[in-house]
Write a protein that binds this ligand. Sequence first.
Ligand SMILES: Nc1ncnc2c1ncn2[C@@H]1O[C@H](COP(=O)(O)OP(=O)(O)OP(=O)(O)O)[C@@H](O)[C@H]1O
Length: 371
Amino acid sequence: MHVESIKLINFRNYLKADINLNRKLNIFVGNNGQGKTNLLESIYICAFGKSYRTNKDKELINLSKDKAYIGINLKKNGFNKFVEVKFEQGKSKKVRINKIEVDKISDLFGILNVVIFSPEDLKLIKEGPSERRNFLDTEISQIKPKYRYNISSYNRILRQRNNLLKITQNDKSKLKVLDVWDMQISNIGAEIILSRIKFLNKISKISKNIHSEITNKLEELELKYSPSLDIDVNLDKNEIVKVFRRQLKNLLERDIEKGTTTIGPHRDDIKVLINGIDSRAFGSQGQQRTAALSLKLAEVELIKEEVGEYPVLLLDDVLSELDLNRRKDLISTFKDIQTIITTTDDIELKEVEKYQKSIFYINDGKIKPVE
Ligand SMILES: Nc1ncnc2c1ncn2[C@@H]1O[C@H](COP(=O)(O)OP(=O)(O)OP(=O)(O)O)[C@@H](O)[C@H]1O
């Protein structure tokens, strides 16, 4: 799949931009603070309906305006799709696909597949479990849009259960209703856990091979689902539901005291092991960075396997972090996939001389293609 063109109006520091993209490499060169990341962000928003940098949509609207627009023409499996996202101060955003407004933002999932590589990827390995859960949830939703619906339902039920737990601290009579929430939360929770385990099994195989190649067979990368429930990851759905409900009951007193649900997929994690050792606690910065890169590259291959086409790749200033050989390897891996690269450095252009590409300069929210 590939993005054919992008139109931006009053988005971040772009008052107006119309860009036609190359089907292969696209390189956006510009100094710091000129709008390179903003451009990648606009493409990401058309894939996921939200930014990866902020939860506040109003930040996406140009500071001197009250509305913003992103429109993207893309081609997937031979079909043209037109995705539009409109933002207005004080209102919720509107999303249209082929000119028809969608009911839920999650309807956008799976229309445009993207994988973003950024210096922030290190967080995936280094930081707390929520980073890894977020990775799982975002990436599974791209492949299986119904999963996003399960996550939203789960979060809604979780909020209601937590509210009830807080109320029961003073009024035990409300405990009777809890069983209804436990039934629902364990049912959807089990589905989420199973989807995550299935996804991890697949991505783990691919990332193991990629990682072995990148590290000259020195390191073996392994991904393991680490549930907060005391379950065997080979259980089927009914068994997980049963265990989940039983453990919710066992932990009820603690949950009431804390006013929150202390087990479930919202508390799960992935263990990222390098040669059998937890890379979060013991990996060097370089090992962690490479593990994150292997994971992202594996995601690219997995989308190709599941969706039938490669996703669009967004590389936000990651080239300068790699040594020359790894940089060349990465570009040559991506040369036939639509890739949008941002860089501050003209020098990197030498490495792409032989590839089909378009180069653009970005200066203060204005984009100029190099003829
Ligand atoms: N809502 C907004 N309205 C106007 N300008 C904005 C808005 N949001 C961000 N900007 C401006 O966009 C610029 C930052 O753009 P961006 O993050 O894309 O930079 P960049 O080119 O990727 O830079 P770097 O190389 O430093 O990462 C800043 O000048 C910032 O002031």
